[in-house]
Design a protein around this ligand. Sequence first.
Ligand SMILES: [Zn+2]
Length: 193
Amino acid sequence: MSTEQELQSRGGSKCELCSSENNLNVYQIPPNSNDSANQCVLICDTCQQQINNPETIDINHWRCLNDSMWSQVPAVQVMAWRMLTRLSAEGWPQELLDMLYLDDETLAWAQATGEGQTDEDAIKHVDSNGAVLAVGDTVILIKDLNVKGANFTAKRGTAVRGISLVPDNAAHIEGRVNGQQIVILTQFVKKSN
Ligand SMILES: [Zn+2]
């Protein structure tokens, strides 16, 4: 049986989100779906368009989630969770979301595309006191640091001006000491005012 046939039979040949019977497609759930039925949903054109183009969203269309979120199929639960999260500012989707229980594994899958994450979840560099560091800040070293690969010790109390932040590592910043660009651990610096 093909994935599409499997999905047709699972969903009763209807859109698994809104129950429409027209223009149904197999939708592979991002980010890492293989095309097996348990990682896909069968959805209509209308749902698919709006999932892919958030700016075209018709909020009332998604009242269908009121029913489909109770599906026993994890793939459907994941899509319901993502759309409710995307629309949560409208009020009623948040109420549905509050009632929607996903087991840990399904929740992790639902969250895998970062839906609903705000800048607050973004990586943050903080100094030894928890003060947020920004590009261009000046920091003071709070202990002597042996600089790997260079033949000197950066002394406690040294001011490092115009730091840059290592984007994918909250524990690392870079700055110039003794004319050399070095990586410094944020836990060993204090932001200078
Ligand atoms: Zn639909």
